[in-house]
Design a protein around this ligand. Structure first.
Ligand SMILES: [Zn+2]
Length: 413
């Protein structure tokens, strides 16, 4: 059994040793004297859970900075969709690796992705040692031929095997691009396989109004009719919910992936986060794709989430640091059935080490608040996922090659 001993690390106000055995946090205590294969001197470093990014389109990396300052629908139609039509599976692989590189460098060890050729993103995540929830995507534009093709793809995708770090599931793009039949099919198939169902929902007021015109109900009510709500479901955005829809989300334990940077940048709306938390809704954090963020940094996302929520609630007591940090860590892990997101004995060993001498983390009155409001990637020196070190002293394996391949793909656009 592979054992790593992390010596003299700062955890919850104390200096401790943390023993990682295989893929678990086996023991936390002072002066642990275990025969470890590897000893890491973590003096002046703190251990924190790594981040769980619950809504990404990883391969969109090549679109960073394209079509800025446009409204959502013209941006999609004029800038995003025509370029995406040119993507090949091999390109998706290289773009996904670059996305995972950025995620690791900013402390993230899990992402829940929605995109085309997802087997390529899955392969990249398997190779780079992170966790991922990878989905077969449904977006049929109400066309029966496309639907049949995507249904077959979903079935096939769920039957294949992958590394235990990877969860295979299903995603549907949105109610305005995807038929009732495909939603119902995917909801039933996800139930059979006991896996997750991921979709965009209630992102814009236009979506809500169009839904009402077409179906005489609101988006979350429609998704309930489709059988899409439940404890393994995750809905990205959810910015425009009625009180009744908030209750539906809370009662069904459907998780929200809050992507505040993307929502604010696309002017889709501002989530009443504190109201959702008070309702008992499950809120996780996501970055969305870099095309609308424009980064995959979860520390940056936490700050935007907190500021936006305080502004929306007109209250400084909204979005408390513990709640925002939980959204970025343990809430996301739990939603995907991963027993991690906290530094405790028996949990999966997914964590980061941060440099307490970094000027952004000084003084250390409140480390969690420093991580939300001050930190950036320069504070994160080491990243572990499933007991394995995926970033060592700021370096990720094959970094130069990943960047070189990414630049080659970008040159084609
Ligand atoms: Zn999205």
């Amino acid at each position: 059994m592979m054992k790593t001993l992390i010596k003299d690390v700062f955890l919850n106000g104390k200096t401790v040793d943390v023993l990682v055995a295989e893929n678990l946090i086996a023991k936390i205590g002072s002066h642990l004297e275990d025969a470890a294969d590897k000893i890491i001197n973590a003096k002046n470093k703190a251990i924190l859970p790594s981040f769980y990014n619950t809504h990404t389109h990883a391969a969109m990396m090549f679109l960073r900075g394209i079509g800025e300052d446009k409204d959502l629908f013209s941006w999609l139609q004029e800038d995003i969709w025509p370029r995406e039509a040119k993507l090949s599976p091999e390109m998706i692989y290289h773009l996904s690796r670059f996305a995972i590189l950025e995620m690791i460098k900013t402390g993230t060890t899990f992402f829940s992705d929605m995109y085309f050729y997802s087997d390529q993103t899955l392969k990249a995540a398997e190779e780079m040692g992170v966790r991922a929830a990878i989905s077969a995507l449904g977006m049929d534009f109400f066309d029966a031929g496309k639907r049949a093709e995507q249904q077959a793809n979903m079935k096939e995708f769920l039957q294949q095997k992958s590394h235990p770090r990877i969860t295979r599931g299903l995603s549907l793009h949105a109610i305005y691009s995807t038929s009732r039949e495909l939603y119902e099919f995917a909801a039933e198939l996800a139930e059979t396989h006991q896996t997750f169902l991921h979709t965009h929902a209630a992102e814009t007021l236009k979506e809500v109004n169009d839904c009402f015109d077409k179906y005489q109900c609101r988006p979350i009510e429609l998704l309930k009719k489709y059988g899409a709500l439940g404890p393994r479901s995750i809905f990205a955005h959810c910015l425009h919910l009625s009180e009744a829809e908030m209750d539906l989300m809370a009662q069904s334990k459907t998780a929200v992936s809050h992507c505040p940077s993307s929502s604010l940048k696309l002017n889709s709306g501002q989530m009443p986060l504190q109201q959702y938390l008070d309702k008992g809704m499950i809120i996780t954090l996501g970055t969305d794709g870099v095309s609308s963020n424009n980064s995959l940094s979860m520390p940056a996302e936490m700050k935007i989430a907190a500021l936006s929520a305080k502004n929306r609630a007109k209250s400084t007591t909204a979005a408390k640091v513990e709640d925002v940090f939980a959204m970025a860590t343990v809430n996301g892990a739990r939603t995907f059935g991963i027993d991690s997101g906290e530094i405790k004995e028996g949990k999966l060993a997914d964590f980061i080490l941060v440099d307490l001498n970094n000027y952004l983390l000084l003084p250390n009155h409140n480390l969690i608040s420093n991580m939300i409001y001050a930190a950036d990637s320069s504070c994160i020196c080491d990243v572990f996922c499933d007991g394995r070190q995926v970033m060592k002293d700021f370096q990720v394996e094959n970094e130069a090659e990943i960047v070189a391949e990414f630049k080659k793909v970008c040159a084609a656009f």
